[in-house]
Ligand binder design. Sequence first.
Ligand code: CDP
Length: 788
Amino acid sequence: MTPRTSFEVGGMGHSIKRKEDPRFIRGKGTYVDDVVLPGMLYLDIVRSPYAHAKIVKIDSTKALATPGVVAVITGQDLAKYNLHWMPTLMSDTQMVLPVEKVMYQAQEVAAVLATSRYAAADGMAAVEVAYEPLPVVVDPRKALEPGAPVLRTDKKDKKDNHIWHWEWGDRAATDRTFAEAEVTVKQDIYIPRIHVASIETCACIASFDKVDSKLTVWMTTQAPHAIRTVFALVAGHVGLAEHKIRIISPDIGGGFGGKVPVYPGYVIAVAASVLTGKPVKWVEDRMENLQADSFARDYHITAELAGKKDGTLTALRIKTLADHGYTDAAANPSKFPAGLFHICTGSYDLKAAHVEVDGAYTNKPPGGIAYRCSFRVTEAVHTIERMADIMAHQLGMDPADFRKKNFIKPEQFPYKSALGWEYDSGNYAGALDLAMEKIGYAALRREQADKRRRGELMGIGISSFTEIVGAGPSKHFDILGLKMFDSCEIRIHPTGKAIARFGTKSQGQGHETTYAQILAEELGIPASDIQVEEGDTDTAPYGLGTYASRSTPVAGAAAAVASRKIQDKARKIAAHLLEVAPDDLVWEPGKFSVKGAPDRFKTIQDIAFAAYTNHPQGMEAGLEAVSYYDPPNLTYPFGSYICVVDIDKGTGEVKVRRFVAVDDCGNIINPMIVDGQIHGGLTMGFAPALLEEISYDESGNIQGGSFIDYLVPTAVETPKWETGKTCTPSPHHPLGAKGVGESATVGAPAAIANAVVDALWHLGVRHVDIPITPAKVWKLLRDHGVSE
Ligand code: CDP
């Protein structure tokens, strides 16, 4: 897209530098931990060493005798105010502090309040808790077996560990298509637990002013407005009304979905501040963050594809067991307990599909957060892209040819999928062709054939994914009843500068820059003259926040709509100033001129000044607008990734030699920021493909609870990413833009896994679960008779 505005104005399509970076680069960002209030107390949390145990006794005597310790808070204390349980975003319940038993290792057991962080830690170590261990269930399959210990004994009528069953699609048509199929393939796929591991852990400062009963919370949250409403609904009975709650989400060091849920630490800090009347700070350490905050994935999937011998796909059937830990605290739209997993038909034109998901309780922390993913889309993409590769290999077809044969064609859009989604636009073959050209696909296949003859292991993997982002249209999308619109409020000052406020909250994505660029595009006011604010519920308009790549599709659209409302009023003011009819004016970014007399014009700055100094009689003064945007549809970004791996036969190590990522997110606001999003996203897709996993032993002890075992990639391991773009605008978004923040995380793991299996298929290997560690590959090589 050629930019419509000059680089100085900085509208869409310009790679202007990020407005937020001068403060970040100089260490001048304000994160929760940078906020220090007079008289502030500090919280530390006692955590359970057991995954399932009865609490026999909590003895606070020694803790209270520790210098600096002010109080020890237990579940019994919170129970007096009915605050020991809280609702989750999926209408389940979660303990703030336990009264009877703990349900996972590292669960909060008690909290210590002290005058310094160190005193709080000393007090925490001095709390004595007597536990009586209970039988532990870590495997969701065992959790659902008859006779398994029932974990949620707090739910009076619960007789098993089954949370819900959800299914979507036409079962009969799918079964029929499978029965008639010439070829079918079936595969068990496990997508393990992983953690977002953002640089900044979770933190808050709760400050309750007893004089005017106002609670201010500085909080690492991606969704400040929704959090305020939830606080008001949960704690209204102890006097916290919504207008007396202010949530401030300052600079955030990465969220990736992990900062959407409400964690017990936040609630305990609020309760402690309300009880003491003093500000209370809680900052997790790294191990608490990794061990106790919500996790992503943990899907046990059995997938089947049906098709014809010529390679035409016909149907998809999936059964999934979702491990939610001890409570369903996933951040999904209410109507979809398995998120948007039913995008699992991907980029392919399938006649029929049916998907079933069952949720199970286990003795683990809550799972199911949407880690850089629009609610289970990564799981869906991994499944369909692995399955497509298995089918292609089974039929002896090149995986690229196989995909092209089955892609939804550009002329089929808007396309209704077998599972009911209406894809807005796409050109999947275009993206794959470009990726193949960039990487030199044909030459690589020749090289692979040569190497195979020499006994070397080289693989080429493709992932042609379709994303689904921009939740969402209010007819289908809500969280706890709150519809998933988003907002923008613009105020133009008399001198033509502006402030724009949003219901979203950047965690590093660069909203201060890209939102300003949208206004610059629509109004011609230079992006440098526009101040963008988010994250303060006292000032920002109501919105559902930033996750699931929804900021551009929803709040970005609100920015365009609000700008257009301003442009409408500006036209009337310009007509008044130029003494012509509004219809006689022509708009180009930054000015209205008279049709046929281009030298008679008024700039947006002239018009802004007039809005406060010389507005037409009968018109309200000022120049401002607000939009609450309810998207008519989701946006469907897509891409094709190709990965080349070499496998060391001696160690099983997989080396990503090349990785080409071609993405399509429609019209781009800032190409440099989009590239940054893709580079980061690819690294976050590479990580679970080869390195990251949180697992548990049979007693529920976490494996991978620190960075010694949880292998976050550094610059050393990260491959060099090669990127490319195609552009297929969204027909319904006012700017033709689609979201992009998550595409790469969603699309990358399957490309890597497909490359590994491609290298090993001729040996008889059909599938490897991620993370594909050297140990796993080495064992596979041994099992298939390869040794070095
Ligand atoms: O909701 P979140 O900000 O995480 O995701 P997003 O809407 O995909 O946007 C991520 C960043 O990329 C933002 O700064 C967007 O404005 C930018 N972006 C862009 O410049 N052009 C697009 N078509 C999509 C996103």
